[in-house]
Ligand binder design. Structure first.
Ligand SMILES: NC(=O)c1ccc[n+]([C@@H]2O[C@H](COP(=O)([O-])OP(=O)(O)OC[C@H]3O[C@@H](n4cnc5c(N)ncnc54)[C@H](O)[C@@H]3O)[C@@H](O)[C@H]2O)c1
Length: 351
């Protein structure tokens, strides 16, 4: 028998302090009593804590699952035991007080009477283009706290996955990363705890300066000979540029022989010259080979912010697109840092 309570035991306060605090608060205040909410966020075991908080808030909840995620029978079973309605995305229609969205997938088929909250960059871009919205649209992607998930959480997940799948220890291996955006930054940070040999390729001069200032070797993607040498010297090569086929388009396949190869991007960044079996996790974003691609402590603050943004929209009903209130953003980062024993200086150095 599993229910929401079991998942709060599985992810105790040490791992999900924000969710535990929100549950307690919503059970007392019932801030969304009488409101209807449609919830479209990947339905995983971790998300069940977020959904439990919304149920405790008194809202009438309809849960769906984004088109790119397979339904988990275990999660559907828990929702059914808890009396939370699940409707497949292609059948979800109608009017709700709030849409809690991921990737702007509810935009076509559902209507919001009080507000919309979006979780991702792709979705924020779509919602930002709506010029005649009658309700607030709050993005939790345009925040610093999102880096806790995208930079630290993904970096840790990619590090954990490569370490588990790699036949040899990572210690002192030569790591080459393509792309020093939010994801690449976190990957470099976690690998730098195990080896001094970190090289990073990027296009942008300001990124190359940051790479150097962090003590890594910076290689400009504009200098093909330097990239070729770095590829040939590397033991482990990880892509995080967000660009499909980038390595097949730019570099020769034979330079990559006998290396551990991993993709962290949503697209296949190694591309058409590489077979699935040459890349860890068969070209999927490598952390998705793990049971928990991103650990709960990194998801907890963004789940909290996504629910909290409903109150942001209720408190400031100005219609149109905006980021989550900065004071909430800063407070969440500060609290997260205290819970998990990071200093703000450490976080500022990584983000
Ligand atoms: N695995 C996961 O769990 C996970 C989580 C979040 C995002 N992602 C994916 O990771 C990818 C990267 O996301 P991001 O947010 O870091 O993107 P980003 O845009 O912040 O960073 C991409 C970086 O790649 C650099 N770049 C562009 N062309 C390059 C080239 N030819 N060679 C080297 N560097 C180049 C850019 O200058 C930039 O610094 C995306 O596909 C994203 O969807 C994966």
């Amino acid at each position: 028998m599993t229910n929401f309570q079991n998942f709060f035991k599985q992810y105790p306060e040490t791992s999900a302090p924000f969710m535990h605090k929100m549950l307690e608060d919503y059970q007392i205040r019932k801030p969304f009593a009488g409101m209807s909410i449609a919830h479209n966020v990947p339905l995983t075991r971790t998300t069940l804590l977020k959904i439990a908080c919304l149920k405790a808030s008194g809202a009438s909840l309809t849960v769906t699952n984004p088109s790119f995620i397979k339904d988990s029978p275990q999660c559907l079973d828990v929702l059914s035991r808890e009396g939370v309605q699940f409707v497949p995305l292609n059948r979800l229609k109608g009017s709700f007080d709030f849409l809690l969205d991921c990737g702007a997938e509810l935009i076509e088929q559902c209507h919001a009477t009080q507000g919309i909250v979006e979780l991702t960059r792709t979705g924020a871009i779509r919602y930002e283009q709506i010029s005649d919205s009658q309700v607030p649209i709050v993005s939790v992607d345009d925040t610093r706290l999102k880096s806790l998930e995208t930079c630290l959480g993904t970096g840790e997940g990619v590090y954990r996955a490569v370490s588990e799948l790699c036949p040899e220890s990572i210690a002192d291996k030569r790591i080459l990363i393509f792309g020093f955006g939010k994801v690449g930054t976190g990957i470099a940070y976690y690998f730098s705890q195990k080896t001094d040999h970190i090289s990073v390729v990027d296009m942008l001069p300001e990124r190359l300066s940051t790479i150097e200032s962090r003590g890594y070797e910076a290689i400009s993607a504009e200098l093909p000979k330097q990239v070729e040498d770095a590829i040939k010297q590397a033991d482990v090569i990880i892509t995080a540029t967000g660009i499909k086929d980038i390595l097949s388009h730019s570099y020769q396949h034979e330079w990559f022989a006998d290396k551990v190869l991993a993709n962290a991007g949503a697209e296949d960044e190694f591309g058409f010259n590489f077979s699935d079996s040459e890349i860890l996790a068969e070209k999927k974003p490598v952390n998705f080979s793990l049971d928990e691609p991103t650990l709960m402590p990194f998801l907890d603050p963004i789940f909290y912010a996504h629910n909290l943004a409903i109150e942001d929209a209720l408190n400031n009903q100005t219609a149109g697109f905006r980021a989550l209130n900065k004071s909430h953003d800063q407070a969440i980062i500060q609290t997260w840092a205290q819970y998990h024993q990071w200093t703000l200086e450490q976080l500022n150095q990584i983000f």
